[in-house]
Design a protein around this ligand. Structure first.
Ligand SMILES: *Cc1c(COP(=O)(O)O)cnc(C)c1O
Length: 339
């Protein structure tokens, strides 16, 4: 038996010794759901049959999301995390390769590689915006073009006119809006105009449900239909459906938390304006080589490499966590002699 090695290595997760690290490395919400919301989810669950498989195409959950947007459930598909949906979208459409725009989300390339699909990279411009013309040039034989807006790890929204340039070629565009709630802007309504547009969203970030694992796409009925023909049938369980149904009822809570996170984001940015890029998401890209220093202080952030070598990506945390972060970074700048 020969087992092929598809993925070279997973970086082992490091935690600081003793005490609990402040985890600002995965862009999760720093706020868990309040107890009363969890109780509502448990109430919801009490009514469901644990011995039965969930609905095969997750209709109850798709209906809840469709109602939230005022669209048809035929335009919604749900997955076990946005990641599961990406794992299909890299190969669902005909073509020779996928297009990505590095530095961006790593999972597009990860799933392409897993499926032995070549990746054509059209790097972001100096200011981290996409080059619509360059992407359009490469899109003719592409299975799909993956664009994240706001982009991870750079944090910026992508210009609408550049996205439109790519959409106008007719190529399939997966517009990953995992952080749209923090940007206050989304292009999801363009799905009515562009059947080649797939908008990807997740409950992992603004909705505090990273541990539940669920995301969804908003797209043309044909795309949704094609996806359900190939999708792993029962990947979204009843616990997920119950949680989503309840959190959508409490969107006002999500909005209040998003506002708090944005306020904190701007507070951190102001403290290190010289080294920090503007962000439309719940994290900040900093031109500081402070990964090891922060780890020593019990603060875990994301260390970046390649074009972003010497940069860190810092998730906005709770107020006290951000205070610790700011203190630690001030100390880092003093030690480094540039503060
Ligand atoms: C977090 C994230 C996702 C989705 O994550 P899931 O937890 O799998 O839903 C998708 N795209 C980007 C850019 C992300 O940062």
């Amino acid at each position: 038996m020969k087992i092929r090695e598809l993925v070279k290595s997973f970086e082992p997760y490091r935690v600081t010794e003793g005490g609990h690290p402040i985890r600002l490395d995965k862009n999760e919400s720093p706020y868990d759901l309040p107890g009363w919301v969890k109780e509502e989810i448990f109430e919801e669950l009490r009514e469901l049959s644990f011995n039965r498989y969930p609905h095969i195409t997750s209709m109850p959950m798709r209906k809840a999301i469709a109602r939230f947007y005022g669209i048809s459930p035929e335009n919604v598909a749900v997955g076990n995390g946005g990641d599961e949906l990406i794992s299909y979208l890299v190969w669902l459409f005909e073509g020779d390769y996928i297009v990505t725009t590095p530095p961006s989300f790593g999972m597009y390339g990860f799933y392409a590689k897993l499926n032995e699909i070549p990746v054509v990279e059209v790097p972001l411009k100096e200011d981290f915006t996409i080059d619509g013309d360059a992407i359009a040039e490469k899109s003719k034989n592409a299975r799909a073009v993956f664009i994240a807006s706001p982009n991870n790890p750079t944090g910026n929204l992508q210009p609408e006119e550049e996205i439109i340039k790519v959409l106008d070629t007719g190529a399939v565009v997966v517009l990953d809006e995992a952080y749209a709630e923090f940007a206050g802007k989304s292009l999801w309504r363009l799905i009515e105009e562009y059947p080649n547009l797939i908008v990807l969203r997740t409950f992992s970030k603004a909705f505090s449900l990273a541990g539940v694992r669920t995301g969804y796409i908003l797209a043309n009925e044909e795309v949704v239909d094609a996806l359900y023909r190939v999708k792993s049938p029962f990947s979204v369980g009843i616990m997920t459906m119950a949680a989503v149904k309840v959190v959508l009822r409490h969107y006002d809570l999500v909005e209040r938390r998003v506002a708090k996170i944005i306020e904190e984001r701007e507070r951190i940015r102001k403290a290190f304006r010289e080294f920090t890029y503007p962000s439309d998401a719940n994290f900040l890209l900093m031109r500081l080589n402070a990964y090891e220093f922060l780890l020593e202080k019990g603060i875990v952030v994301r260390k970046l490499s390649g074009r972003l070598n010497g940069h860190i990506r810092v998730t906005v945390g709770r107020k006290w966590e951000n205070r610790k972060l700011i203190e630690a970074l001030r100390e880092y700048l003093e030690v480094e002699g540039c503060g």
